[in-house]
Design a protein around this ligand. Structure first.
Ligand code: THU
Length: 129
């Protein structure tokens, strides 16, 4: 069982947001996750002049998970550079589900909730033949 310091995780997400490259939307997004081995990985959004090619913070964080040893997300917080709580977009919920599964915890406006509440009836690896 991994201990989650939510205040620390939220602060790390805000710090990660400050590395965002978001000249088009102006919104800095940061994400931070505790992994099943206890380490913390971070992500920030990286936009592109070809708008649709931009990457969300959770997606770059998925890359960090893989690049720093793999494993699973256990707890995730997303914040703006100004410290506001942001919910992962629909696509990012799917990305988090893939690498964190149904029990992964997410910081939401309604409190800390499992992915089963954040992405109900999710399609996942278990649905593939
Ligand atoms: N964004 C994220 O980084 N994560 C989300 O879950 C929602 C949206 C980014 C994408 C874009 O760079 C900016 O927020 C505005 O949509």
């Amino acid at each position: 069982m991994v201990d989650v310091d939510w205040d620390d995780l939220r602060a790390r997400a805000v710090e990660a947001a400050r590395s965002a490259y978001s000249p088009y939307s102006g919104l800095q997004v940061g994400s931070a996750a505790v992994c099943d081995d206890g380490r913390v990985v971070l992500g920030c959004n990286v936009e592109n002049a070809s708008y649709g090619v931009g990457m969300c913070a959770e997606c770059t964080m998925a890359g960090q998970l893989r690049l720093t040893g793999g494993g699973r997300f256990v707890a995730v917080a997303c914040r703006s550079g100004a410290g506001e709580l942001l919910m992962p977009c629909g696509r990012c919920r799917q990305v988090l589900y893939e690498l964190g599964g149904p029990d992964c915890l997410v910081d939401t406006p309604a409190g800390v909730l499992p992915m089963t509440r954040v992405l109900p009836d999710a399609f996942g690896p278990e649905d593939l033949p």
